[in-house]
Ligand binder design. Sequence first.
Ligand code: APR
Length: 169
Amino acid sequence: MTELTLVRGDITDQQVDAVVNAANSSLLGGRGVDGAIHRRGGPEILAACRDLRASRYGKGLPTGRAVATTAGKLPARWVIHTVGPVWSREEDRSALLASCYRESLHVADELGARTVAFPAISTGVYGWPMDDGARIAVETVRATPTSVSEVRFVLFGEPAYEAFAAHMS
Ligand code: APR
């Protein structure tokens, strides 16, 4: 049984087996969660991402997919990088956002990770409305068979926390 928990705070502080990064397809860093993870995790993470770009992901990591690297100096064993969809008014990209959560759990299972911390993927720079992003996160994790024992949603700020709490009740 997978326990879903909510935490207010910084994802780079989480002492879990795997931390999920809201990356972009280049895997070469960015702002928000991506910036914090690379800043706090150190150059080892970027080096591992560069290796992935030089091997399996020559064209970058596609939206909705997930891949693991070392967590460097973070209090975790792995970072699972996933690329969320950019919000679009014209096109419903919900399936791609759901895929980020599902694929990240599959990668966690391949690693043998038992505790996984997720940010609210796509709800920052990528503009996804928080409430819908929370709904997709909670529904997808609940619907995905996994050996992960704790999925911890780590939220920045009260609105995000409230949005997730509303979908967890
Ligand atoms: N810990 C937890 N949550 C955080 C942190 C942090 N340190 N920093 C930001 N957040 C929150 C944001 O407030 C937002 O709710 O994580 C959510 C995701 O925001 P982003 O990090 O902007 O990610 P996303 O919206 O998926 O955009 C990804 O941004 O940083 C670039 O390289 C990244 O191009 C990619 C894009």
